[in-house]
Write a protein that binds this ligand. Structure first.
Ligand SMILES: Nc1ncnc2c1ncn2[C@@H]1O[C@H](COP(=O)(O)OP(=O)(O)OP(=O)(O)O)[C@@H](O)[C@H]1O
Ligand SMILES: [Mg+2]
Length: 379
């Protein structure tokens, strides 16, 4: 059974309303017409009914089509809106289309109404489907980013355990010291106090590491905020330091002080930095090089970008494979998923930046990405 269309008609003339109905019927539309004459009736219909199409006169005794269009746009921006008017001059018609009306039909040429309404409804349906597909794609992207992030955290468990253990061990030794200061004769309250301060500081350090890991593991929809890229690098370095040491790589950073904040999702950007650093460390461990460096630098890249570079002295990149490394599931590692770079590139591009690779001299690889310094999107 066909579900009838719900058409909201803003029209004060009974006669014209009948003509419009007849015209739509003649074009085989199956519909239910809800007629409104005033702002209150129009608003009530939009609020309480699921409307598919609005047909609106230009001038009514207490309301007008332009105000109705603005109201409809603010409440249901995707709803097609066609002016059906006897008086709409050419200038007004152009103005109506400019501010978002789908079409206009003159009452003297009502035969155009059926085709115009048909087209408007088709386009609205296509728009809705496109939106749904985009939404599904966005969700898939977020799910994939999350899954690969969790996988990387799995690889880093030894590092994370170490990062938490270190301050905890310090807490225990400061606790013991504190007891000793208190037991001494006379008790040294000042030194005991300093030990307690250290306990508090180290406990905070441990809980910060856990907080960082938790926020990377959490599944939250991307949320942009003002991000200082240097802070993101520092946090990521603290999670990868042990991993680097285990692979005999030295992990260094040169972070420029004049990088402006970017409008970005902190977790996703950290994920990219994490992927690039781990790739660098893995490339180094595969090589018997003398120099075993991974260097992360940030700087402002004139005029509108910031530039982050991860530079290593590892195996380097095969020039013929330079673009393939960004393909999903391309991996030369025994246990690699081949998703790190693909996900990283899609994250950076979703932020309006670029991610690319080149050779380091005399050997190794350079990965760089830009992020635009916020212009349009930021609040
Ligand atoms: N710094 C690098 N030096 C040399 N080759 C690299 C470097 N980074 C990436 N590659 C190459 O690109 C491939 C793809 O990297 P990508 O990070 O996408 O996947 P992966 O590291 O193999 O697996 P995972 O999905 O677990 O990260 C790697 O297998 C490697 O061949
Ligand atoms: Mg990788």
């Amino acid at each position: 059974m066909t579900v009838p269309l719900r058409i909201l008609l803003l029209e004060d003339s009974e006669n014209d309303a009948d003509l419009i109905k007849e015209c739509l019927r003649a074009d085989r539309f199956i519909f239910e017409l809800i007629r409104a004459e005033t702002r209150a009736e129009f608003l009530a219909a939009l609020e309480t009914q699921k409307i598919d199409l609005i047909l609106s006169d230009h001038k009514l005794p207490s309301f007008d089509g332009f105000s109705a269009l603005k109201l409809a746009q603010s409440m249901c921006p995707d709803l097609p809106f066609i002016f059906v008017s006897g008086t709409l001059g050419e200038d007004l018609a152009v103005e109506a289309l400019k501010i978002g009306a789908t079409d206009y039909v003159l009452k003297t040429r009502l035969s155009r109404l059926g085709p115009s309404a048909g087209r408007a409804l088709r386009e609205a349906e296509e728009r809705a489907e496109r939106k749904k597909a985009e939404e599904a794609l966005r969700k898939m992207h977020a799910d994939l980013a999350h899954a690969t992030r969790v996988a990387i955290l799995g690889e880093l468990t030894a590092t994370i355990a170490h990062e938490v253990n270190q301050p905890l061990a310090a807490v225990v030794s400061s606790g013991n010291a504190c007891l000793r200061w208190l037991a001494s004769e006379p008790p040294n309250i000042e030194n005991a106090k300093q030990s307690v301060d250290r306990i508090i500081r180290d406990a905070h350090r441990a809980s910060e590491v856990i907080g960082r890991v938790r926020s990377l593991a959490k599944k939250t929809p991307p949320e942009k905020q003002w991000l200082n890229i240097n802070d993101a690098v520092r946090e990521t370095l603290s999670l990868t330091r042990m991993e680097a040491a285990e692979h005999g790589a030295s992990l260094r950073s040169q972070l420029s002080d004049d990088v402006p904040p970017v409008w970005a999702d902190r977790i996703e950007v950290q994920q990219v930095i994490l992927n690039l650093i781990i790739n660098g460390i893995e490339a180094i461990s595969a090589e018997g090089n003398e120099r075993r460096d991974v260097l992360v630098t940030t700087k402002k890249d004139k005029p509108d970008d910031i530039l982050l570079t991860v530079c290593d002295t590892g195996t380097g990149l095969d020039p013929a494979k330079l673009e393939h490394i960004f393909d999903a599931f391309y991996s030369t590692k025994r246990e690699g998923m081949g998703l790190g770079l693909a996900v990283s590139r899609s994250i950076i591009e979703a932020h309006g930046g670029r991610l690319w690779a080149s050779q380091n001299e005399p050997h190794g690889a350079i990965f760089q990405f830009t992020l635009p310094i916020a212009r349009k999107e930021a609040p």
